[in-house]
Design a protein around this ligand. Sequence first.
Ligand code: C2O
Ligand code: CU
Ligand code: CU
Length: 507
Amino acid sequence: MKLVNPAILSRRDFLRNSAIGSTAAFAALMLPTWQTAAQSAGVHINPLKIPPLDKGRMENGVTVYDLKLQQGAADFFDQIKTPTLGINGSYLGPTLRMRAGNKVRLNVRNAIGETTTLHWHGFHIPAKMDGGPHQPVQNGETWSPEFEVKQKAASFWYHSHQLHETANHVWRGLAGMIIVDDEEGDALALPRDYGVDDIPLVLQDRSFSQDGRMDYNASRPDIMMGKVGNVPMTNGTVAPYFEAKSKLIRLRILNGSNANTYNLAFDDGRAFFQIGTDGGLLEAPFKTSNIILSPAERAEIIVDVSGGKNIVLTSRGVSGGMGMMGGGMMGGMMGNRGSSRYNFLEIRPAPSLNASAELPAKLTTIDWINPESATNTRRFIMNMTMGPLMMLGFGNSHTINDRAMKMRRIDEVVKLGTTEIWEIGNTSPLPHPFHVHDVQFQILDRNGRKPHPGERGLKDTVLVNQGENVRIIARFQDFSDPDRPYMYHCHILEHEDAGMMGQFTVV
Ligand code: C2O
Ligand code: CU
Ligand code: CU
């Protein structure tokens, strides 16, 4: 008889229980129980995978990256092969390192067996290079967008964006991180040794069937609420640990989940410093002990791991948002979505830690946009049709301004070179992370109140809670194209796929 998961079996908690034999019965037990085990017993058995760093190669002044989108078989669990999608690997993709001001070309070769796209989330680039639903790459073909990196030093990401298939393709693995460096960032005394004291963390939750498959299928409630899994994964590693060798560790955290908002904190409640948002550094480090990150949002943090004990980066679930939804049909359907506790990463400090430089008091200067300079205000209302008809599959269930996404309809036309305020409302019973392509925006206010200190930076995604009105401001510069739109959408991928997306051109 074959052991299903010797790594887990060899753990004390399991080994002690000899009643659990090394039989197929264990296989049935293993997948559903292991998350509970990882949580209650604090089992962290796998070294954290660090995505390979790809700095590209120089070709006539252009930095070139080769990305092959492919089918894979991942080793999430010992002796189980999970069919997946990946980029130059079996699950997720390499971390692309880019320099501000450089020209880059990405050769995106699609070999997944179906049409998909690859989008550069957070990048200010021409619409035809964006990799959204209007740049499909057929299976067997290669798409080679080229653009100048106009971002500030920050952590971005790339992921599939095929119309109606984004949730499916991202769930199965088509995503990766991008780190942009610039001179200002280089001059700061921040941890920058990739994989050593500067760690990318792609946080996701997935669910598996008994035989270890993580095929994508979305039920009606999944489409309503967004698909949430019960197994936390970090860089595609289940139950990961990381051995820290330096006192200060920089974590570049991406919420790469399909639908889950994480409330991240360390299990001992220790404080840490947030240093960056989606599109850049904060002006100064912000001391906090938790960060709420909705799908697609990023935060860079610095944590002091000294003190001799292991700490666990945990999501405690968000109260107030989803938690506020009491009984009724919605409450029943919600189950504990959004309120699960996930242990994402155990950090084990080495017995003797390398010293780290003091955190700089000032990180960057943000060019705050004066609201008076806006020449136009647009309003967007995210909504979901709930009633029984929707449950049976009728009607436009997920909308922005009462319309579901249509490829041939341009919803908004923005004048090149202007500054606009976008007011985003949410009349549905769920929070939605609103994402805008093309720009890094600034949050003016939430229901008239100043944004949280951790949001006072460059953003491309903002969580809009039920009944909230969030005002953002952005300049629409550099690129115009009357024919090819950019997208704005809810980044709960099931919602995006179900229509909570619109299109704007800049002309
Ligand atoms: Cu992260 Cu429209 O995408
Ligand atoms: Cu995007
Ligand atoms: Cu949504």
